[in-house]
Design a protein around this ligand. Structure first.
Ligand code: RET
Length: 273
């Protein structure tokens, strides 16, 4: 049997219940998933309550985008905790765990493709940016997540795992450029620069943690174990999603006039004058 067919067989042979057993026997890993499910549930209820008085179309759009972050998150973590979106991958020669079957929570990278664009949509609307800039940030972000998923799933070549990691980082640089260079000027003009500045800083610093964790974790050089890596992502998620979204929604609910009165190129509910 060739190395490639051995790998395919290994992945196919691990049933969902094998994966679930492995997850449930690792307390660190299992708790990192369930804590987030519980937290996302509480956050969803809180955000529904926080948004109940929002009326302007633009503020509502920010609210819906923000709401989708914990909604995607609870689905994502339920997929991971059930074993549905986790698999065993046999690492290729050259990898620190070469030949070993490593538990890969690939569902994380897949669902980031849905959650991170919502974060950027909410931030872009807050900054009252234009469609082209919003489109750039969101598509580059999706590129980052999909190529990150590829980097995690490749078992044929160690080198190609890192090539895809590099491509994902290049997409990330484009997202960072939009966040750090383009949108601050838009936010200044829209009168939302103070809250935008806080959220931008939170986003940039926390998002930088994800590729670092990937590189150090079992998918990368394997300095960190699966459970520690998973808690790392869960911790970053709590701050980058729930704390971020809470700060944004609290501000939008208290300053609806500023949001609905700004340039209104997107989500204004009507043509600009
Ligand atoms: C990966 C690995 C490849 C290189 C890069 C990455 C960046 C990931 C980021 C994820 C952010 C996720 C968030 C999720 C919230 O739901 C894919 C780890 C650059 C920045 C904020």
């Amino acid at each position: 049997m060739t190395a490639a067919s051995t790998t395919a067989t290994t992945v196919l042979q691990a049933t969902q219940s094998d994966v679930l057993q492995e997850i449930q026997s690792n307390f660190l890993l299992n708790s990192s998933l369930w804590v987030n499910i519980a937290l996302a549930g509480v956050v969803i209820l809180l955000f529904v309550a926080m948004g109940r008085d929002i009326e302007s179309p633009r503020a509502k759009l920010i609210w819906v985008a923000t709401m989708l972050v914990p909604l995607v998150s609870i689905s994502s973590y339920a997929g991971l905790a059930s074993g549905l979106t986790v698999g065993f991958l046999q690492m290729p020669p050259g990898h620190a765990l070469a030949g070993q079957e490593v538990l890969s929570p690939w569902g994380r990278y897949l669902t980031w493709t849905l959650s991170t664009p919502m974060i950027l949509l909410a931030l872009g609307l807050l900054a009252d940016t234009d469609i082209a800039s919003l489109f750039t940030a969101i598509t580059m972000d999706i590129g980052m997540c999909v190529t990150g998923l590829a980097a995690a799933l490749i078992t044929s070549s160690h080198l190609l795992r890192w090539v895809f990691y590099g491509i994902s980082c290049a997409f990330f640089v484009a997202v960072l450029y939009v966040l750090l260079v383009q949108w601050p000027a838009d936010a200044e003009a829209a009168g939302t620069s103070e809250i935008f500045g806080t959220l931008k800083l939170l986003t940039v610093v926390l998002w930088l943690g994800y590729p670092i964790l990937w590189a150090l974790g079992s998918e990368g050089v394997a300095l960190l174990g699966v459970g520690v890596t998973s808690w790392g992502y869960s911790g970053l998620d709590i701050l980058a999603k729930y704390v971020f979204a809470f700060l944004l929604l609290r501000w939008v609910a208290a300053n609806e006039g500023t949001v609905s009165g700004s340039g209104a190129s997107i989500g204004s509910g009507g043509a600009a004058p």
